[in-house]
Every structure is written in C-alpha cells, then in structure tokens.
Design a protein around this ligand. Structure first.
Ligand SMILES: [Zn+2]
Length: 286
C-alpha cells in the first residue's frame, strides 16, 4: 500500500446482494444474464466483502478535490490496477483522460489519441472496479446520450446503488474531449476545461466505459453517468460530451461496495471542500 495514502473510508452496502439481486433480476426482461463471479459466497457472507474485489468500486480522492484543482498524482497506476481492470479518471497534472478496459489502461491526450499507460504514471482521481457484467441489454433503437441514460435508468434495480457501465456499440456521432496538462498554480477544473480539446467521431464503433453513481454521492463522485469513450481499435477516445448511438450491447455491473482512499499529503489537506460546486460540475461535464 502506498504510504502516502491512508485508508479513510469504507462503505459496504451489503443489502443489495443479500436482498436486491435476486428480486431485481426478475425485473429485467429479455436477454439479461447474471454472470457474477461468486454470487453464492457473497450471499453467504452477508456483505460485499470477500469476493475478490469483484463488486467493490474503488476510488482515489474525490471529484470536489479535482474540481478545486487538486491535480497532483498521488497513486501510481501500478497500485490502481490492483483494484480494477475497468474504469475512468485522469493523470498527474490533469493530463488527459484515463480509461481502463479489459485490463488495459489508456491515456487519451489532447490529440484524441489513446496512449498506453505505464505503472509509474500517477493519478489524482480515478474510479475503477473489476468488471463482471450482472445484466446485459441489447439496444436496437438509435439513442442520444439522454435517451441512452434514460434507457439504462429503466434497467437499474435501484437508483441508490453504484454501477459500472459498459456499452459496446455503433455510434453515428460522438463528441468527446480531453484536457491538457495544467501548470501550477493549478486552476480550478471549471477553468481548466476552457483549454480542453474537443473531438468529433462519426460512424464509429467503440466502447463507453464509466459509472453511474447515486445522487447522494455529490461531492465525492459525479452523480449520474460519467462515461469515457474508446474506439474499437483502442486508438482514440475521450470524455464523452454527447453522442448518437445506432445500436449495441450495454452491460451493468452492480458494485455494492464502495471503497474510497484519500490523499494524506499535498493540496488535498488545504483545499476547501464541502462547498456547493454544482455550477462548476455542470461546466465540466457538458
Ligand atoms: Zn471524465
């Protein structure tokens, strides 16, 4: 464990796998399937612990710290990838968008290209998990981002859980962005994104990677959906701003445990957290 990191916070939402999954699966129709790696041991244990990290969402730092300009990398990717093979985040100095998929980590820089990531590179903020689809859905109808999110929302067993979201699809349009490395003194994220590069993809196949977190995590993570995109050839992508999807396959991984580590040094100590940053969040996400 990195010495600079102190375990602060462990929330175990055990109710879900004990009582939620069995009944919720009945609410899904069509070709959904349950592929949880070791569901029986989870149910036996009565908590989300002890199932090999599979249903634990791991996060380093908080979104509000990032919004306030805490960009120094504090966790090496080599340590981050022990917590997940799937996820999103950013890198030291806010240099580019992080995307992890099928165990491969990528850094999407302002040229829109997805670069390989070395274990020594560090992150100031990231969320990862070991992705195991609990539910799969086929999407046949064209959908914009709002419609896609609404479709997925209808499939959720509950809006109060954390979900890893993977969508492999064909897209007629994707608008994505990446942010350039910032220099100290770091600007707030809402100002940093004014220097972002925006890319537009047309008629492209690829994968959306991200999470849906509950409304009550405001300040900790991004409530609702936060999605990054990578092309099918894994060569380009970015943080998703808008899209038009033709069809594809969506998978949800119910992550019933949430594990957050906080920086134990640096700007995180002094930044003023707990403010209402909703306006900043909207600037950053749209
Ligand atoms: Zn993002």
């Amino acid at each position: 464990m990195n010495k600079k990191i102190l375990l602060i916070f462990l929330i175990l939402l055990s109710i879900t796998l004990v009582s939620g999954c069995g009944s919720s699966a009945d609410n899904f129709s069509g070709n959904s399937s349950t592929t949880d790696v070791n569901p029986e041991s989870v149910e036996d244990s009565g908590s989300g612990v002890g199932n090999g990290d599979i249903d634990i969402l791991y996060q380093i730092s908080t979104i509000d710290a990032l919004l306030q300009g805490v960009y120094d990398g504090i966790l090496p990717v080599a340590a981050l990838e022990t917590h997940g093979d799937f996820g999103i985040g950013t890198f030291d100095g806010l240099e580019g968008e992080m995307l992890a998929l099928d165990g491969n980590y990528y850094q999407i820089k302002t040229d829109g290209i997805a670069y390989p990531v070395s274990g020594e590179m560090t992150t100031p903020f990231a969320t990862v998990t070991f992705f195991e689809a609990d539910e799969n859905f086929r999407l046949e109808e064209p959908a914009n981002l709002t419609e896609l999110e609404a479709f997925l929302d209808l499939k959720l067993p509950s809006e109060n859980l954390f979900y890893a979201v993977r969508v492999d699809g064909n897209f007629s349009y994707i608008k994505a962005r990446s942010v350039p490395r910032q220099e100290k003194p770091y600007p707030k994220l809402a100002d940093a994104v004014s220097t972002q590069s925006v890319f537009e993809f047309e008629n492209i196949s690829g994968t959306l990677v991200g999470f849906r977190t509950p409304e009550y995590v405001k300040g900790v993570n991004v409530p609702g959906y936060h999605l990054h995109f990578i092309t099918e050839d894994r060569r380009a992508g970015g943080h998703v701003l808008d899209l038009e999807m033709e069809n594809g396959e969506a998978s949800l991984d119910i992550t019933s445990a949430f594990f957050m580590e906080l920086p134990t040094s640096g700007d995180f100590y002094n930044v003023e957290l707990g403010q209402d940053l909703q306006a900043d969040m909207e600037k950053v996400e749209k």
